[in-house]
Design a protein around this ligand. Structure first.
Ligand code: DP6
Length: 349
């Protein structure tokens, strides 16, 4: 049993309500492949966003048995309620009192469905934060300093990338050469002041639901011919990316961003059951970005999540020129653009 959940065995539930707003994050070094129970095959590193957030209110009421209801944008969503129900059942050994709760969740996203931005990191970190709040309510004497670690630990068990969203700025997750990182939860990473205000403008090439989920994609790494080479590459990129972020070296960060994005998608193209989430306009936009960089020498780089949409990353000091290029030259290749930037992390609301 994890130390973070070891003191909650003999608690009786009481009524409580908690509300949190939590952001999405974009991975600079990707988590792609798992081991054990929701543990990452390699360390990952991400930037927490500002505008793309989920707000979740959870009401905990003592009851005969565990039940979960969930409303997304005011509409009952049984699929998501079942997902949370299964997640809570998976925690019963450590948190047995969850079995005697009626849980009512109301949740909403600032980014509409169909923008291709995954709501799992923001949504499940927001829910994990309300659950962590509940644990604090039940054990108020607990040390405040472990609150975010525990929230990250609980978020990881719901969705890996969600564990990085509990911190503002940048976060690392997974065992690495850095002593403070661990597979169990994410930790915050401080970076050079010049890179502390990066932008992420998302070019939504397609907002359609993807046909292979991230969870299924992780599964396909299990029998991937290149899996071990990919994990070694991610470890190498992680160490280099941390060093470049700390040194304020945008060019080195940018090279890793693009190499990671293309490596992630190369894993899909070469997996035992081949597939791709890239669209022709994803490639067209990459080529325009490379040409723009060659011509202007301005530091605009892209990365990709498990989807066709480009996350365009650039420092604040070049915002004007780069945003003009994005709005004029890249926007015709997509359905819309969401201008976001690094954020301060979750907050109670
Ligand atoms: C490509 O966190 O969505 O976005 O743990 O199965 O819920 P589960 O997977 P998920 O995977 C995210 C993969 C990624 C890269 C990343 O965010 O690091």
């Amino acid at each position: 049993m994890s130390q973070l959940l070891s003191h909650f065995q003999d608690l009786e539930p009481t009524s409580f309500e908690s509300s949190w707003k939590s952001p999405a994050n974009i991975a600079f070094v990707k988590y792609w492949g798992k081991k054990g129970h929701q543990l990452p095959a390699n360390p990952s590193l991400s930037m927490t966003l500002n505008e793309c957030t989920t707000t979740t209110k959870t009401k905990f009421t003592p009851a005969e048995k565990l039940s979960v209801s969930l409303k997304l944008e005011g509409k009952t969503e049984e699929k998501f309620a079942l997902k949370i129900h299964n997640y809570l059942e998976s925690l019963l050994t450590e948190l047995p009192f969850l079995n005697k709760l009626q849980i009512e969740i109301e949740t909403s996203n600032t980014f509409p469905h169909g923008t291709g931005i995954a709501s799992s990191a923001s949504g499940l970190s927001a829910f994990a934060l309300t659950l962590t709040d509940y644990l604090k309510h039940l054990r108020p004497e607990e040390d405040e300093s472990i609150f975010l670690k525990r929230a990250s630990f609980l978020a990881r068990l719901a969705s890996g990338s969600a564990c990085r969203s509990v911190y503002g700025g940048f976060a690392c997750w997974g065992d690495s050469e850095m002593s403070e990182t661990t597979d169990k939860y994410a930790t915050a990473l401080s970076v050079h002041p010049e890179l502390a205000h990066l932008h992420d403008s998302v070019l939504v090439v397609s907002g359609k639901e993807k046909n292979v989920s991230s969870t299924a994609g992780h599964g396909r790494m299990g029998e991937h011919f290149f899996a071990n080479a990919r994990y070694a590459q991610a470890k190498y990129h992680f160490t280099k990316c941390v060093a470049a972020l700390k040194a304020g070296d945008m060019e080195a960060v940018g090279e890793i961003l693009e190499a990671e994005a293309l490596s992630l998608h190369a894993m899909m193209l070469t997996s035992p059951q081949v597939y791709t989430l890239l669209k022709p306009n994803t490639i067209a936009a990459m080529e325009r970005i490379w040409a723009f960089r060659r011509e202007t020498k301005l530091p605009l780089y892209f990365t990709l999540d498990a989807g066709p949409n480009l996350h365009l990353i650039y420092p604040d000091q070049f915002q004007h020129k780069i945003a003009t290029f994005i709005n004029h030259e890249l926007s015709p290749l997509g359905e819309k653009i969401i201008h976001d930037k690094v954020g301060e992390g979750p907050s109670r609301c």
